[in-house]
Ligand binder design. Structure first.
Ligand SMILES: *[C@@H]1O[C@H](CO)[C@@H](O)[C@H](O)[C@H]1NC(C)=O
Length: 225
């Protein structure tokens, strides 16, 4: 009896644990890059592409172009407001840049196929009211369209998801790989030039380029799975 009871207790404990564990999402290895900001569209207040279709397990990766943009998850019904309940995804204001792409990107995994509405909560210049919003997995059979979201957004007041503008949640801030790769190449070129005894020649350059490409590929692969 003692054995049975402890077995049952162990089983209850085990199933209790499994029930409490968050559902694991298997990575598909697919990455969707969305650029916050633009050099051409809507005076820069734009996500590109602003309408993305993604599958469960895909990775969404936000790259940030000049100005001080962010990404906040919202609902369709309340544009420019964070998703109710406090569990929405927020990139934080961690990506201000004056030119080029910010050195870091923001990533999160798609966990379901529900429409994911989002906006930029920068109030200097009223980015959300000016149309800086987007959607992942819009329901194309519904009249809840991005055009409508933007229309409704015009008459709202932007709300922030957190008192701390830097407090991102629901994803990861990681180095922008192409950026890190280029910075590394530049660094190695300088070191190679000044530090190398035999100076600079095209052979060195090809060698460096090759090894770094390989490293960059491995880095990318390791980070996708
Ligand atoms: C970016 O904007 C946020 C929110 O307005 C602000 O708190 C932060 O200081 C800004 N960062 C920079 C570098 O301007």
């Amino acid at each position: 009896m003692v054995a049975y009871t402890s077995l049952a207790a162990a089983a209850a404990f085990f199933f209790g644990l499994t029930a409490a564990a968050p559902p694991t999402v298997r990575s598909t290895g697919v990455v969707h890059r969305i650029f916050a900001g633009s050099t051409v569209e809507n005076g820069g207040l734009h996500f590109e592409p602003q309408n993305v279709v993604a599958e469960i397990g895909d990775l969404i990766e936000f790259h940030f172009l000049p100005k001080n943009h962010t990404m906040v998850q919202s609902s369709f019904d309340k544009p420019c407001e964070p998703l109710a309940g406090g569990a929405g995804i927020f990139a934080g204001f961690n990506f201000a840049t004056k030119e080029g792409e910010a050195p870091n990107v923001f990533q999160f995994t798609v966990k379901d196929t529900q429409p994911f509405w989002y906006y930029c909560s920068q109030t200097a210049g009223n980015h959300c009211q000016s149309g800086m919003s987007g959607v992942i997995n819009q329901n194309f059979n519904s009249d809840k369209t991005l055009a409508k979201y933007k229309e409704m957004a015009k008459n709202t007041v932007t709300k922030q998801p957190s008192a701390d503008p830097l407090a991102s949640q629901g994803g990861w801030i990681v180095p922008n790989k192409p950026f890190a790769f280029l910075a590394f190449l530049k660094w190695e070129a300088v070191v190679g030039w000044w530090g190398g005894g035999d100076g600079w020649n095209s052979g060195d350059y090809v060698g460096i380029e090759w090894s770094d490409r390989r490293r960059a590929c491995d880095f990318g692969r390791n980070n996708l799975v």
